[in-house]
Write a protein that binds this ligand. Structure first.
Ligand code: M6R
Length: 609
């Protein structure tokens, strides 16, 4: 979603703020803005519609400097992307404010503020926060008191950062329902919605908790609760090497991240050579919880939801444990009946997805025996709030289309299957077979990556198309869904996935010679049934693109293009086939000329409902 960066320093900070925005831009890229306090010239602001490079150009053309400032990259929620609606928003020529999240009672607040004479320069929900802050400052409150009184009026989700010319060395912030971290420096302090924005200046972070307010100056960080009570939050040093945001030899982050998968999978699996190692990856408290699990409830969104759907097959077929999967935005609002002994499993790359977080927070006392998150971002909200944590080691994922996060999530879920399966009398030989398969997985993924140019050639057929169907059976159905999601997300071709057996119950009506049909066809027990389904497509003139095990007996012929996939253990096929479908969507998008890493209307981390 949107990104916030702020600094209170003794040196010039405009370049630090711009670099922070560049690092956050993958989260939202409709417009960008920056405000600095300059002792001679007061509040200085640049806002630009479009990407951060537009803001950089404005700063180059008309530079301004300061040592206290805030900056923002926006993903529009209230009000279209435009210069007026871009953040920071100001009030009374004295303060500027940036906001991530959605204020639900903004309409009532807007009316109230207009009634007392405030003029609105934008249609955003954020602008009302700036005016509320101004109102309290005018009434004599300090900047921190004004922030406290302001957030007391807000309903919804927010991460905020504000500056005021009367407090030239101070930034105040607040968080509820949207992340905000403090970057602790030497003689300077920072705020950001994601630590990644600040890794250029510090490796020490304070993770604010829900309802925290914060005041930073170059020499101090003060955190207090909504009630104004001062609280201590620990400072943590980030251990791992600086996340690389360099593209290296690649043209796009998505391609770089697709090719990073063998290493990401190795890192996620590191040390897991026995079933005990696998279980230890879930932390010390895992055994006590896993002993009591009789059902699993998975909640997630988007690609992470597809990981949950694959996991359901594994948990039920391999571990013999019942499993439900639901998109978090539905689960959170539904009255439900939960079985006893259910473990709630949240899957989320970012660990910040608002709906997934809400699903966890809405769980009633005693509804679940515990919660587990599979996340890629340490110290994210879900990681801090779940009982058990499995961290995938995919490294920073910048491309909006999730790739390496998904395949590492699948590994995590297969590891969970092993940990739960051994408690339900899963045969030891089967356990060892799966562990061996996992160890071999990076090798099969490397083999699949070697198909890159063959997939590029195959992708050309999709360029003139407006629609595509993806078919799979069994555990490959969610992989077909993931393939369709990738294609529509970055190439804007309308793509839908169906379990192949459903074809003749409706979707077959769509098949004509202009409809490419992608089939995920490993050599499994459903292969013969899938072949019959594909015949149904062929006999209606549909053009087939079959991603098939090279031993599955498919051959390229008229209107059938076969991509022979590596022959690999059954349990790995969902992961291996995913990689081929990722490459397909990448090459289609590339040739269509879309912005592969920053597809229109989307954002990386969806921290609003
Ligand atoms: O960070 P999360 O895994 O919770 O994000 C969930 C979805 O927003 C995300 O997977 C989205 O569907 C991706 N852009 C798909 O590529």
């Amino acid at each position: 979603m949107c990104g916030i960066v702020a600094a209170a320093a003794r040196r010039e900070v405009s370049e630090i703020l711009l670099e922070g925005l560049r690092r956050l831009e993958y989260r939202g890229y409709d417009s960008a803005g920056m405000a600095l306090i300059n002792e001679q010239r007061g509040l200085q602001i640049h806002k630009r519609n479009g990407k951060v490079k537009e803001l950089e150009a404005a700063q180059l053309q008309e530079p301004f400097y300061g040592s206290t400032g805030i900056a923002h990259t926006r993903w529009a929620t209230h009000g279209k992307p435009s210069q007026e609606n871009a953040h920071p928003h100001t009030s009374g020529q004295r303060l500027a404010l940036v906001h991530n999240g959605i204020i639900e009672n903004h309409a009532a607040l807007r009316k109230e503020l207009i009634d007392v004479g405030y003029e609105m320069a934008s249609v955003t929900d954020t602008e009302v926060i700036a005016h509320l802050l101004h109102q309290h400052l005018q009434a004599g409150a300090s900047l921190m008191q004004a922030m406290q009184k302001t957030v007391a009026r807000l309903e919804g989700a927010y991460a905020l950062a504000a500056i005021d010319v009367e407090y030239p060395d101070t930034v105040v912030g607040a968080r509820k329902g949207s992340p905000l971290v403090v970057g602790v420096g030497i003689g300077e302090n920072f705020l950001a919605s994601d630590q990644m924005a600040l890794r250029q200046v510090t490796d020490r972070f304070i993770y604010l908790e829900e309802g925290d307010l914060v005041e930073i100056t170059p020499g101090a960080v003060q955190v207090c609760t909504l009630e104004g009570e001062s609280v201590e939050r620990p400072t943590k040093r980030i251990q791992e090497a600086l996340e690389t945001s360099e593209l290296g030899d690649f043209d796009h982050y998505m391609m770089k991240e697709i090719f990073e998968q063998p290493v990401a999978l190795e890192a996620t699996l590191a040390g897991a050579t026995t079933v005990q190692d696998v279980e230890d990856s879930f932390g010390n408290a895992a055994a006590g919880v896993f002993d009591r699990v009789t059902n699993v409830q998975i909640v997630a969104c988007g690609t992470s939801y597809h990981a949950g759907m694959v996991a359901r097959y594994w948990l039920e077929e391999i571990a013999g444990i019942s499993c439900e999967v639901e998109v978090a935005s539905e689960f959170r609002y539904r009255k439900r009946v939960q079985h006893e002994g259910t473990l709630l499993v949240a899957i989320s790359q970012s660990g910040e997805t608002a709906d997934t977080l809400a699903a966890l927070r809405n769980a009633t006392e005693g509804e679940f025996i515990g919660s587990l998150v599979v996340a890629n971002v340490d110290n994210s909200s879900l990681v801090r709030e779940c009982d058990l944590v499995f961290l995938t080691r995919a490294g920073a994922e910048i491309g909006v289309a999730s790739t390496k996060a998904f395949t590492t999530q699948l590994v995590a879920m297969l590891m969970l299957t092993l940990a739960l399966g051994r408690r339900r009398n899963m045969a030891e030989a089967r356990q060892l077979e799966i562990i061996q398969a996992l160890q071999d997985l990076p090798h099969y993924v490397r083999q699949t990556l070697e198909l890159n140019s063959a997939i590029q050639t195959l992708s050309e057929a999709f360029i003139p198309k407006r629609h595509a169907l993806f078919l799979g059976r069994g555990i490959q159905y969610p992989i077909a869904m993931e393939g369709a999601l990738k294609l529509k997300e970055i190439s804007y071709i309308h793509a839908e996935a169906y379990p192949a057996g459903e074809l003749k119950h409706g979707p077959l009506a769509l098949v004509d010679d202009d409809m490419p049909v992608v089939a995920v066809a490993p050599n499994d027990e459903l292969l013969e049934k899938l072949k019959s389904n594909l015949e149904e497509v062929r006999s209606r003139g549909g053009e087939l693109f079959v991603f098939a095990d090279r031993e599955a007996g498919f051959a390229t012929e008229d209107r059938v293009t076969v991509l022979p996939m590596p022959h690999c253990p059954e349990v790995l096929k969902p992961i291996v086939y995913t990689v081929a479908l990722q490459l397909l969507s990448y090459h289609v998008a590339l040739q269509k000329g879309t912005d592969v890493d920053k597809p229109r209307n989307l954002a990386k981390s969806v921290t609003v409902e």
